[in-house]
Design a protein around this ligand. Structure first.
Ligand SMILES: [Zn+2]
Length: 246
């Protein structure tokens, strides 16, 4: 009985650990993924998921342009097909676009074939809309299992996660998003925000736009520099957190 209880407890703990690794944005056990730079870097990267979206992606573009900041957008393929013009606007304005699958499934539950199709279909939608683009990929919900990132790499894609989240998909006010992010920033961060919503096109992201505006103003005033993910990866090759052992 005693050993059964201990065994069951261990199994439960292992299951929790596996679940945590599947969704944890900075977990590296299921393959290397970029999550930012060493603490104390003066660089920050804004990343926006689940677009393109109307009108909030375009509002965000106005904000970023006003601050002369470039960001990285992980786009959902089916929205790119729906609004290739917005995807083109992003690229035209100098932002980086990457792959966020075709219709945003949780890849923990996807077969290898389904994962491959999701990544390929999104790549094709991006190529049709904007032509050559980054090789960056972010799994929906941060969900992956051991084979997921291997498939992405086999397709030539580079997984990117995050280490700071704004919890903006909950529809909270801009002040909440701003506070949550400020509590997590320690320099060299990849910040997760959303200009769209995976459940439906047209999600209200007005609060994200306001929060991004304020965060940029605050952190630029403190001497931080906002960069894209390729800039962060390139300029600091070898110093990211992906060497975390597990
Ligand atoms: Zn997403």
């Amino acid at each position: 009985m005693g050993s059964f209880v201990i065994g069951a407890g261990f199994a439960a703990a292992a299951a929790v650990a596996a679940g945590y690794q599947s969704m944890a944005p900075t977990g590296q056990c299921y393959g290397r993924a970029f999550t930012g730079l060493r603490r104390g870097s003066r660089q920050l990267a804004l990343t926006f998921d689940d677009g393109p979206n109307d009108p909030h992606t375009l509002r965000l573009l106005e904000v970023l342009s006003r601050h002369n900041v470039k960001a990285t957008f992980f786009l959902i393929g089916r929205y790119v097909k729906q609004r290739p013009d917005i995807a083109r606007e992003l690229v035209r304005a100098g932002h980086i676009v990457g792959n966020h699958t075709f219709n945003h499934p949780n890849l923990i539950f996807a077969s290898a074939r389904e994962t491959t199709m999701q990544l390929r279909d999104c790549e094709q939608a991006l190529i049709d809309a904007v032509g050559e683009h980054s090789r960056l990929f972010r799994p929906p919900f941060g969900g992956r299992r051991p084979g997921t990132l291997k498939i992405a790499r086999a397709l030539g894609l580079e997984p990117v996660m995050w280490n700071v989240t704004g919890w903006d998909w909950k529809g909270k006010p801009a002040e909440y998003v701003e506070t949550r992010i400020s509590q997590q920033i320690r320099g060299g961060d990849v910040i997760l925000l959303h200009d769209g919503g995976h459940a439906a096109f047209g999600a209200d992201r007005s609060q994200t736009v306001i929060a991004a505006d304020r965060l940029i103003a605050t952190y630029c005033a403190q001497g931080y520099e906002f960069v894209t993910i390729p800039e962060m990866m390139h300029e600091n090759a070898g110093s990211n957190l992906s060497s975390v052992a597990c």
